[in-house]
Design a protein around this ligand. Structure first.
Ligand SMILES: Nc1ncnc2c1ncn2[C@@H]1O[C@H](COP(=O)(O)OP(=O)(O)OP(=O)(O)O)[C@@H](O)[C@H]1O
Ligand SMILES: [Mg+2]
Length: 369
């Protein structure tokens, strides 16, 4: 067990690293982070080694000061984790990260373990894409195998769309073609898995995206108890098959017939789990620390329904951000990440707890428009 006083190393110093570091500091841990930007969001709460995430030497040097290491983004080369692993414990491990950070390998992993997913095919070039469209059909969505986030590196191919244009739009990178899913709801399962294999699953959350970016999360999700139970079962199966240690998110599509398809696996704390920070007894960040440090997992009880609204840079661009309006809601808890405003950039989020979340939803919509 790594008790408070130990040093946690985080590869990446973005908002997830920042909130992890804040929770770690509260609990009495020390935190070091690796980030190319000395002004990274985590910097006020962690000692930052300034180097890009693919700098093996810098990562190994950081590791010498740490008792355990983790990631806050899956865009850390698995090869860097493999090197660190020879000297220190790292969660997730290099093999798990390698499986998840490549969409094709992630899809193969789901197939190997018999987990439900949309139809898909690997694509390397235009003839390959045309063959894949024959089997997958349209509409479909072409996604780069690596480096994608917030819908970047994706192109939808509808009935009249030119496959060559879709390939060009994602930069001719190796890709996966997925059948488009007409889902009823998007949900996510956030869970923590300990070093001893214990699993604690948070109440299932439902997510609303705008322009492929998470807009609102509501928890618990407005889904039938049997669907929630199935989602939890699938989430736990993914975590076990991956041998994951720490917090992770499993995004799923709920179909109109009640079936669930796994959309995406994130082997780290997740935007749709932010509601747990303030909304649950143990936040996803504390849970992640508990898991990677070998402590008992914390209580995932959620006393009241929660709504989380992401605040994107767009709110800051034209005029003063509507912070007074946001704070006028008596229950609003504001989280800002200390980032410079830029369109589409996640600058913070607001959490509201309450028994009537439809009111909170209307208020959230009045902020974002
Ligand atoms: N096959 C699909 N059918 C319908 N909608 C889809 C499909 N794939 C993706 N989407 C939509 O686009 C969103 C983003 O896609 P996805 O989660 O695969 O990519 P991402 O860019 O890696 O996102 P994230 O920000 O979660 O890392 C999904 O949450 C969903 O709203
Ligand atoms: Mg996603």
């Amino acid at each position: 067990m790594l008790l408070p006083g130990s040093t946690i190393g985080v590869l990446g110093g973005g908002q997830l690293g920042r909130m992890l570091a804040m929770e770690a500091r509260r609990m009495g841990y020390r935190v070091r982070a690796l980030d190319a930007d000395p002004g990274a969001c985590a910097a006020p709460f962690a000692e930052v080694t300034v180097a890009p995430l693919d700098d093996v030497d810098a990562a190994l040097e950081l590791a010498t000061h740490c008792d355990v290491l983790t990631i806050e983004t899956e865009h850390v080369p698995a090869a860097v984790l493999a090197q660190i692993e020879t000297r220190r414990e790292v969660h997730p491990n290099a093999a798990a990260l390698a499986t998840v950070q490549d969409r094709l390998r992630q899809r193969e992993f789901l197939r190997r373990h018999g987990l439900p997913q949309t139809a898909w095919a690997g694509v390397d070039d235009l003839p390959g894409l045309e063959r894949a469209l024959q089997t997958i059909g349209r509409p479909a969505v072409l996604k780069t195998r690596t480096e994608g986030y917030d819908g970047k590196g994706q192109a939808r191919i509808g009935a009249g769309d030119d496959p060559a244009a879709a390939l060009a739009a994602i930069g001719h990178a190796p890709a996966v073609l997925e059948a488009w899913v007409s889902y009823e709801r998007e949900i996510s399962v956030i869970l923590g898995r300990g070093r001893n294999g214990d699993i604690a699953i948070y109440p299932v959350a439902e997510n609303e995206h705008r322009h492929h970016v998470l807009h609102i999360t509501r928890a618990p999700a407005r889904i039938a108890p049997a669907v929630a139970a199935r989602a939890r079962e699938l989430g736990a199966a993914v975590a076990e098959a991956l041998g994951h240690v720490g917090v992770m998110a499993i995004e799923m599509f709920l179909l109109p017939d009640g079936e669930l398809l796994v959309n995406e696996i994130a082997p780290r704390t997740h935007n749709s789990g932010h509601y747990t920070l303030g909304g649950c007894v143990t936040s996803q960040f504390e849970q992640h620390l508990r898991a990677i440090c070998g402590l008992p997992l914390g209580d995932v009880t959620q006393p009241r329904p929660a709504l989380m609204l992401n605040l994107l840079g767009d709110l800051w661009l034209d005029e003063a951000p509507p912070l007074a309006h946001i704070l006028a809601h008596p229950g609003a808890r504001l989280h800002l990440y200390g980032k410079a405003p830029r369109a589409g950039r996640k600058l913070g989020h607001v959490l509201v707890l309450g028994d009537d979340l439809d009111d909170a939803q209307a208020w959230a919509d009045s902020i974002v428009g």
